[in-house]
Design a protein around this ligand. Structure first.
Ligand code: SF4
Length: 381
């Protein structure tokens, strides 16, 4: 079972309570980025294009725990950068788990064997290992040969020690449905607990700008992939309605506040994928962000986004509102034929703004002890 019953019940109860309380916007998963430094430089990654001075920064253990407390989300994804490069990553995970949060530690697995003794299996903890496809596809995606084999060896090691292990696959327009299907089969054979899959977001800072998927192509690709699993061998660590959305059967708007992101710059606006500004506190993020300014149809940079960090929360909230619909899809599988749900029109979206350089300059001024930004440890802007 990709999601343990304890987690399904706890998270479901949390969502129901928010609905009963009439809370309009609430977080589901804290995306915690304790550092941006990585030991890989993947072609489709837009997360690590910073000067060394910023790549060398770390959130402290206390910063990370305070973010988990401040946000209150029942799940915490520790991402980056490569989290295992953080010297106190085990302490961060341990203290967040002690708060009974469900922690997913994302890693490319290159350091997993070296650091695994620092961690203990727990119902509140799972590794999420980055694997974008079979040996050829993954090594091409991470721009380094041998990474797939090391990741698979690390997965087997972690499973052997009793850890829960998921894989996280990001797909680009080079993805071939048949190969992805075989890769999912192989991953299940290895003994992983669940698959998280998503189209890549078109990061403006990613080295490779040519291979991001359009929305139409994303839906077609996922139909082609899901069609190859009629006997439902694959365990997804995602809601049935999110998978249905990927296959073009739901017209969802994103829920960027569902996965709020805390990193060196502060609380990132509006979402994990886009750094258009930063709030000093979680409260400020939730209350002072102009949420209507973002999302597909509202903002050019959101035009092709169908990423799980933006839409899984939408799907989960829809599942709570419409449990019969979610249960039916879980039972019958995702529909891979017929009309797709209407697409969101893009004719009224506002044009993209390019603000990355300003945030980097502010952060560098802060690090050099200059400027207004020096007053704010979170670099809010
Ligand atoms: S569509 Fe939503 S989740 Fe995707 S980049 Fe835009 S604001 Fe973020």
């Amino acid at each position: 079972m990709p999601i343990p019953l304890r987690q399904t019940v706890r998270v479901g109860a949390y969502v129901v309570v928010q609905h009963l309380k009439g809370v309009r916007r609430y977080p589901l998963v804290l995306m915690l980025e304790p550092l941006f430094r990585c030991n890989l430089a993947c072609a489709g990654c837009g997360k690590i294009d910073y000067p060394d001075a910023i790549l060398n920064q770390r959130l402290s253990v206390d910063d990370c725990v305070a973010a988990a407390d401040e946000c209150g989300a029942p799940m915490v994804v520790i991402a980056g950068g490569e989290p295992l490069l953080h010297r106190e990553i085990d302490e961060i995970a341990r203290r967040v788990i002690a708060r009974k949060k469900f922690v997913y530690l994302c890693t490319n697995a290159l350091l997993l064997e070296k650091k695994i003794d620092l961690f203990e299996p727990s119902p509140y903890f799972a590794w999420t290992v980055h694997l974008d496809g079979d040996r050829d596809d993954h090594d091409r995606s991470v721009c380094q040969s041998g990474v797939y084999d090391r990741a698979v060896a690390a997965i087997k090691l972690a499973k052997g020690l009793g850890f829960r292990v998921n894989i996280n696959a990001t797909l680009f327009d080079t993805a071939n449905a048949e190969r992805i299907a075989r890769f999912f089969d192989d991953a299940m054979e290895i003994g992983i607990d669940g698959i998280t899959v998503s189209p890549g977001y078109a990061y403006e800072r990613a080295p490779d700008q040519k291979h991001f998927l359009t929305r139409r192509r994303t839906k077609e690709l996922f139909r082609e992939i899901f069609r190859r699993d009629p006997r439902r061998r694959w365990s997804f660590n995602q809601s049935s309605l999110f998978l249905d959305f990927l296959a073009g059967n739901q017209s969802y708007h994103c829920t960027p506040w569902g996965n709020p992101t805390r990193n060196y710059f502060g609380w990132q606006r509006p979402c994990y994928l886009l750094g258009e500004g930063y709030a000093r506190t979680f409260k400020e993020l939730m209350e002072e962000t102009d949420w209507e300014a973002y999302g597909t149809g509202n903002y050019e940079k959101c035009a092709d986004c169908m990423v799980h960090s933006g839409y899984e929360a939408t799907a989960v909230m829809d599942s709570v509102r419409n449990p019969a619909k979610a249960a039916l899809i879980a039972l019958r599988g995702v529909r891979v034929e017929g009309e797709m749900a209407p697409e969101i029109p893009l004719d009224r979206q506002r044009p993209a703004k390019y603000v990355f350089s300003r945030h980097v300059e502010d952060a560098m001024a802060r690090l050099n002890g200059r400027g207004e930004a020096a007053k704010s440890p979170s670099g809010a802007g």
